[in-house]
Design a binder for this molecule. Structure first.
Ligand code: HEC
Ligand code: HEC
Length: 285
């Protein structure tokens, strides 16, 4: 991947390089590392699964160190340690291996990574953004934390989640609805939790945004809401943005977990705006 940073330092070509970066759409004038930090600490929120949670939220000093348990009827998964620790994390993996793990769900040894990591959506993360995510993961504090092995014996994993991903182009930010769709889908995976559940996973074709997925936990049970206009039309854009970034509805009631509110709280105003505009266009369910 060409790295624009050293070139930009040479004053003469700074403007064309910046222009190109803007035309490319997704990276803007940010460096890959800045973009990656925004994505992981913001809308993508890998830590919502990969950072262990205590009674008061994410455990301090354990960012992305793994161990959070997902106890489902058909599998028991433990989120991996994705810090650069060389023994218990991903410190020995190359960039290409990490990109393959994130978008294709394949480890360097060829084994398949299991759910609930949202591979069907992560397959659509652009080359620029997945490289940015990897650049940021390299800078996270390494934490030695050995995570138990997930058990998928009752849910045999496929040899692959699909054909090799190949190249994924950037989505142009100038197309507000396409950008909003990219945010709500591949990046923030709102529709992974909020689409109609089936035994094979969420129905992103016929049940997009319909809600109904159940999340049992220490909070009792939460049920993902319908996020199509049949339910969300009762909220103004400002109310909707407040719900997504604070977890509090206009009537003062609070959303139960596991929505990644602290991550969405870091979204830029422009990204939130595009995402809400897109949600308004979902077919009613
Ligand atoms: C909805 C929860 C969830 C989200 C969101 C999620 N992951 Fe995962 N991830 C998991 C689980 C669970 C595993 C372990 C699966 C297994 O044991 O096969 C995993 C495994 C991995 C692995 C394999 C590591 C190894 O040592 O085998 C990598 C790399 C990874 N995730 C990176 C990421 C990145 C980067 C993001 C954000 C872009 C992310 N994940 C978002 C749940 C999630
Ligand atoms: C890990 C699963 C998960 C993810 C990811 C997720 N949500 Fe949610 N969301 C839920 C659950 C569960 C509820 C219901 C909480 C409750 O009823 O207390 C909810 C509730 C909501 C509500 C409240 C609707 C109402 O009727 O008041 C909105 C709006 C919403 N989510 C939007 C989003 C958006 C937008 C995203 C992506 C940025 C997103 N969610 C990502 C699980 C998720």
């Amino acid at each position: 991947m060409p790295n624009p940073t050293p070139r930009r330092a040479r004053g003469g070509i700074a403007v064309p390089v910046l222009l190109l970066a803007c035309l490319a759409g997704s990276a803007g004038a940010q460096t890959a590392l800045e973009r990656g930090r925004y994505l992981v600490e913001g809308p993508v929120g890998c830590g919502n699964c990969h950072t262990p949670q205590g009674p008061d939220g994410p455990v301090a000093g354990m960012t992305l160190a793994g161990g959070l348990e997902f106890a489902e009827p058909v599998f028991r998964a433990y989120a991996s340690n994705i810090t650069p620790d060389r023994e218990t994390g991903i410190g020995k993996w190359t960039d290409a291996q990490l990109i393959r793990a994130i978008r294709e769900g394949k480890r360097p040894d060829g084994s398949t990574i299991g759910p609930p990591m949202p591979f069907m959506l992560y397959r659509q993360i652009s080359d620029t953004d997945v490289a940015a995510i990897v650049a940021y993961l390299r800078t996270v504090k390494p934490v030695a934390n050995k995570v138990p092995k997930s058990d998928y014996s009752k849910f045999p994993l496929p040899p692959a989640w699909g054909p090799p991903v190949g190249k994924v182009a950037d989505v142009p930010r100038s197309d507000k609805l396409a950008w909003g769709r990219y945010l709500a889908g591949p990046l923030a995976h709102c529709v992974e939790c909020h689409s109609a559940p089936t035994p094979q996973g969420p129905d992103l074709q016929n049940g997009l945004g319909a809600g109904g997925m159940k999340f049992p936990g220490p909070w009792g049970e939460s049920v993902a809401s319908n996020i199509t206009p049949s339910n969300l039309a009762r909220y103004s854009d400002a109310e909707l943005k407040k719900i997504i970034t604070t977890g509090v509805r206009p009537d003062g009631s609070k959303l139960k977990p596991p929505m990644g509110i602290p991550y969405y709280a870091k979204m830029t105003a422009a990204d939130l705006d595009a995402m809400v505009a897109y949600l308004r266009t979902l077919p009613k369910k």
